[in-house]
Unconditional design. Structure first.
Ligand SMILES: O=P(O)(O)OC[C@@H](O)[C@@H](O)c1c[nH]c2ccccc12
Length: 400
């Protein structure tokens, strides 16, 4: 629905005028966007550029002798990224449909006591993933104000040591001859609603560990998954030995530092959201911090992009289409066929089969397709005892 609504303050909001913004926009081709939208967005340096500039100057002393400028130049041809539109163009060329933030600004503005509401295709998310990303973008700017990067970096000095996420998966696969399990601590999801009412993250994680999980994934997104960084921190503090994956929608380097400060050993990077350059940049930061990265793909195009990036050790194939929520485990098989699978074997990359795994048959199916690890949430978390459910999922006990 496209339309513009001028309103009185929220409590008494009554639509006064409504007409098609698209038609209006079309009549202003040279402007490209409606004139009442703040145009400073067009000139704003991209978040990646800002993050790199901030990161480069702040970590100059920490990581090497190169100057901040040299460090930036190592990452990328920065000039290409100074303009937000250029970033969007690069993303589009890579087939990324998720826009990082509303192209025409948020739908509602306040002018004095009046709410001014504009809805058009530039500020209406096209799907749930896009909505999650837009909300995340806003949440991060607020969090960053409270805890700037310099403050976070200090907190890292007290963070618990990093554990070897990838190494743990490898040795679990080797000793069990079954895909290593990354068991997920997840209370709810946008597609399934609340999965477990009686939700004690530490108890669940400990039970996963006791019953043979190699690693644990902890959802930290609050709004859509009812997760939290407190859960991650609590699990780490409780002494759970399994390495922890911070399951978050990462779009800003700040989140990586935050995850580490809360005890994460690995983070998720979603190729459907992040252009190659972001994946490379975030991976470098993770390497600096000792964190592993699980790079998630959904389709052939994303897989090919990720295989084009040097040094990736862990790739997750998500069987859930994040736009439609449909789950199809044959996606894992499809993406590992032919040359792709060959390349993955040559490079000894560990592939993680993600989502929609419920039975021993599902596990064998993805193992035959070539995965050496699986990421499982719903089928475990919904059972009375999620840890004990692991042997049901694998058809036998996998604890040592
Ligand atoms: O609950 P499932 O179907 O077993 O899925 C787990 C995991 O794969 C899923 O939670 C997931 C995979 N990628 C994500 C990205 C964001 C949030 C959640 C996810």
């Amino acid at each position: 629905m496209e339309g513009i609504v001028f309103g009185t303050p929220p409590r008494f909001r009554v639509p006064i005028v409504s007409f098609s913004a698209a038609g209006f926009k079309r009549s202003l081709p040279s402007l490209g966007r409606a004139p009442w939208i703040a145009t400073d967005r067009q000139r704003k340096p991209s978040p990646l550029y800002c993050a790199m500039a901030e990161e480069a100057s702040e970590t100059k002393e920490a990581c090497c002798s190169t100057t901040a400028e040299e460090k930036l130049a190592n990452y990328v041809d920065v000039s290409e990224l100074q303009n937000e539109n250029a970033v969007e163009d690069v993303a589009e060329k890579q087939g990324i449909k998720i826009r990082r933030r509303p192209a025409t600004g948020p739908p509602s503005h306040h002018v004095g006591p009046f709410e001014f509401r504009l809805e058009n295709e530039g500020n209406t998310p096209r799907n749930i993933l896009e909505k999650i990303i837009w909300d995340k973008d806003v949440a991060i700017s607020q969090l960053k104000e409270r805890r700037p990067l310099t403050m976070l970096k200090k907190a890292l000095e007290n963070a618990p040591p990093v554990r070897d996420f990838v190494g743990t998966l490898r040795s679990s696969y080797k000793s069990t001859c079954l895909p290593a399990l990354i068991a997920e601590v997840k209370k709810a999801s946008p597609s399934r609603g609340v999965l477990r009412e009686n939700f004690d993250p530490v108890e669940i994680a400990s039970s996963y560990e006791k019953n043979g999980a190699a690693c644990i994934s902890v959802l930290t997104d609050e709004k859509y998954f009812q997760g939290s960084f407190e859960n991650l921190e609590a699990i780490r503090r409780a002494g759970v030995q399994c390495p922890l994956l911070c399951k978050e929608f990462i779009i800003d380097a700040w989140q990586i530092y935050y995850a580490r400060s809360k005890g994460a050993d690995a983070v998720l990077l979603i190729a459907a959201v992040l252009p190659d350059l972001d994946i490379k940049y975030f991976t470098k930061i993770c390497n600096l911090l000792g964190l592993a990265t699980l790079v998630e793909v959904h389709n052939e195009r994303e897989m090919d992009r990720v295989l084009g990036i040097e040094g990736i050790q862990l790739i997750g194939i998500n069987n859930r289409n994040l736009e439609t929520f449909k789950v199809d485990i044959s996606n894992t098989k499809k993406l590992l066929e032919g040359e792709r699978g060959e390349l993955i074997r040559q490079r000894d990359i560990i592939v993680v089969g993600e989502s929609g795994l419920f039975t021993p048959e599902d596990i064998s199916y993805v193992q035959d397709a070539g995965v050496r690890a699986v990421l499982v949430g719903e089928s475990l978390i919904k059972q009375d005892d999620p840890g004990k459910a692991i042997s049901g999922l694998f058809g036998k006990s996998i604890s040592a």
